[in-house]
Ligand binder design. Structure first.
Ligand code: DOR
Length: 438
């Protein structure tokens, strides 16, 4: 009988045959085979006649480095009724992601080296039990203690414990002097300060974008300026310090312009955008209520056009989901009281392929770069490539598959998506993580 250990070793050697290999980091875009030996990429390209036992026929499939979502909320510890690390990483794997970067707004807040280690411990325990259906977890520590915006965390300690960046995502650090300190540390130690940009005084009480729809629905709206002011401030602080600022979930035309301006001045700024911010406008709130409520909010067509232009010209480096699970009961509280956010891990790939690649905004290769090597570089992790010797994280995508979003089949614990029932084209069909087939 094969022991579990032998079985795992056997599974770690796989030949992926005859796929369309896209590895933007190495400028590979060709049909061929990928050989994985002992969980590492051994050969890429050509017709490899290796006898490894496990052969995956990838004919008509696209083979990419394992996708990376650099912005998710896994909710554990503290909010396990919304999501756990196990269910969130299962949703990641189902959505084609082999790695996720998780935010610090847990309870308690991930604001110390011990809490970073705790996240790694849970993730490692899960993946020992179920290697194939999970994703690598890379935690972010908070910028300020308890997300209170008052005192910096032990950033050095958290980085030593494996934090890949710092962020108070969900809230903005309003104190510019603290942000200055955080970015000085970033310049010294080389890590991203990932910023949620909303001026809290300006968007106090806001539950959606400020505009025609908010007026019609008599809801408090947040102006674009609330986002733009903080984006401008943090880019200027990055210039002042030389630190690396990463702008989370860009939603306004002004923010895109400001990031572009920062890059032109060679300031160390990177940015990400989420599918909902380039697909849906604030009118969606009228149709979908709280499933269209998130921070920053859905904006206007003008903003969507600017975000798409930012993706096209490279101003926006990466694509992320801001996967933000909340329960149906919480989302049923109505626009004023329901929490912000939507799930995104399982809809990201088909939304990108349908609305960005098929619409001609990005080539498939450029879209994959924004989901692999670029986020890997931003957070400094050794993933996102099919380089020889790299950890064998691989995603297989059927770019021709058309299917409806079936939210009832989601691996997430939550169901809060505005994309339920949408017919989309281009779906992930398999992930391989460290050589383990999902
Ligand atoms: O809509 C959001 N939800 N935006 C955030 O930045 C945080 C997130 C959450 O944690 O639910």
């Amino acid at each position: 009988m094969t022991s579990t250990r032998e079985y795992q070793k056997e599974m770690k050697s796989v030949l992926i045959r005859n796929g369309h290999i896209i590895d933007p980091a190495n400028n590979v875009d060709e049909v061929g085979d990928v050989l994985i030996i002992d969980g590492k990429i051994a050969k890429v390209g050509g017709n490899l006649a290796e006898d490894v036992g496990n052969v995956i026929d990838a004919t008509d499939l696209t083979v990419t480095p394992g996708l990376i979502d650099m912005h998710v909320h896994l909710r554990e510890p503290g909010f396990e009724h919304k999501e756990t690390i196990a269910t969130g990483t299962a949703a990641a794997a189902a959505g084609g992601f082999t790695s996720v970067v998780c935010m610090a707004n847990t309870s308690p807040v991930t604001d110390s080296p011990e809490k970073i280690k705790h996240i790694y411990d849970i993730a490692n325990r899960n993946s020992e039990q179920q290697a194939s259906s999970t994703a690598n977890v890379f935690p972010v520590g908070s910028i300020t203690q308890n997300l209170a915006g008052e005192e910096l965390t032990d950033v050095r300690g958290m980085l030593s414990a494996g934090a890949v960046g710092i962020s108070d995502d969900g809230v903005t650090v309003m104190n510019s002097a603290l942000m200055h300190e955080a970015l000085k540390l970033s310049a010294e130690l080389g890590f991203p300060v990932m910023v949620h940009c909303e001026e809290h005084n300006l968007n106090a009480g806001a539950v959606m974008n400020l505009g025609e729809t908010s007026r019609k629905l008599n809801l408090v709206g947040s102006p674009n300026a609330a986002e733009d002011i903080i984006v401008a401030r943090d880019i200027m602080l990055a210039e002042l310090t030389g630190g690396h600022v990463h702008i989370l979930h860009v939603s306004t035309a002004g923010a895109v312009d400001l990031v572009r301006w920062g890059k032109q001045r060679e300031i160390n700024v990177t940015a990400e955008a989420c599918p909902h911010h380039w697909i849906l406008t604030d009118t969606e709130v009228e149709k979908q209520g709280t499933n269209a409520k998130m921070h920053p909010p859905l904006r206007t067509q003008k903003d969507i056009d600017a975000v798409l232009e930012g993706l096209r010209d490279g101003t926006i480096d990466a694509i992320a989901t801001d996967h933000a699970p909340h329960t149906p009961t919480e989302k049923a509280l109505g626009m004023e009281d329901a929490p912000n956010g939507i799930i995104g891990l399982e809809t990201c790939v088909p939304l990108v392929l349908t609305y960005v690649v098929d619409e001609g905004h990005l080539t498939l290769k450029d879209a994959i770069a924004k989901l692999t090597c670029i986020p890997a570089e931003i957070v400094g992790i050794d993933r996102g490539t099919l380089s020889i010797g790299a950890v064998a994280d691989v995603t297989l995508i059927d770019t021709q598959k058309t299917a409806k979003v079936d939210v009832e089949k989601s691996c997430s614990k939550s169901r809060n998506t505005p994309f339920a029932g949408w017919q989309l084209k281009g779906w992930p069909v398999m992930t391989i993580r460290e050589g383990n087939r999902g």
